[in-house]
Design a protein around this ligand. Sequence first.
Ligand code: AMP
Length: 385
Amino acid sequence: MNLKKMTELDIKGKKVLIRTDLNVPIKNGVIQSDARIISALPTIELAIQKKAKVIVMSHLGRPEEGCYTKKYSLLPIFEYLKKKLKRNKIYFSNDINKIKINEGEVLLLENVRFNVGELKNDENLSKKYANLCDIFVMDAFGSAHRKQSSTYGIGKFANIACAGPLLISEINTLKKALKNPQRPMVAIVGGAKVSTKFNVLNKLAQISDTIIVGGGIANTFLAIDYNIGKSLHEPEFISKAKKLRDKYNNIIIPIDSRVGKNFCHTEKCIIKLPCEIEKNEEIMDFGDKTIKKIIKILQKSKTILWNGPVGVFEFPNFRKGTEMIAKTIAQNNGFSIAGGGDTISVIDMFKIKSKISYISTGGGAFLKFIEGKKLPAIKMLEKKF
Ligand code: AMP
């Protein structure tokens, strides 16, 4: 992979636009997990130290393009950065047409997803971003699988486009981990984004010894044979799930589940077998028999890849499966990689950060990379080499 690297360029006095991934969970203006900001900071600090004119951009959540909403503003992140970079001047702006900045100063731009055309990779917007800088640095591994203006389109118009240190380190670590993994290797895929995660299962079934499915993905497997009531799943993927289940015998599907009637924080849980689930119930976590089974598998494994909580860990009564997975991985002495926004939140919640060998900032990008797909942002950077 031939990429121009930020660390090899002379960036002094240059306007350097860094696309970071500062997409952190924020509740009522309070940052819930700063893990992604912490990962992005060294690149920003390096650019400041090298006396570049540092412009930083990121997305946050999924706002409607063209509509400013406070909920999706990067303002809380700006306040956070101000405290972290207190020796440097740092500004915040939502104007992508003109920029005034001096050497060693930082300008954080407002959420790129407020800009019309960002998601569709609009050429005019990409050009506008490119005009802001002398050098574009792609450092958002978590967004490298997206073909959008700030991650991909900008590359066509930027004079120089290079990879940031975080992007390089993410790629190298994942490559190394996947090259000769210690066996047995177990992959855990949970969460709610069923359609985007389903495609990676085929590859994972080939490269790992066991796959543990949770969340909406597990529910889609259960829906092959059972009526699973209101449970989150993707009906269009049931036949794909059946093909996978019949082709590979290493996919662990829950044998019991914690179910509830209402999707709410105080909902009580009942443990049920898949055949017992009623129309008005939904699966929100693993049951105890499933937890016992997967703990045994995880205890024996030497490499663990983890993306996505296996239940609605935000609700106290539907947290146990995810909690036990987190704690069992923490106690395992093998190599563990975890990736994705909510997975990082789980790691923070159970305070096991130091026990995970590598935490990737990417969720979708992490899975796409495992799948063996070249990420669009990396393709773009290769073109600019
Ligand atoms: P993802 O971004 O795909 O990793 O999804 C994370 C989200 O999946 C979390 O907010 C969880 O609450 C949610 N989740 C996990 N399991 C379930 C489930 N069985 N039903 C509904 N949501 C779930």
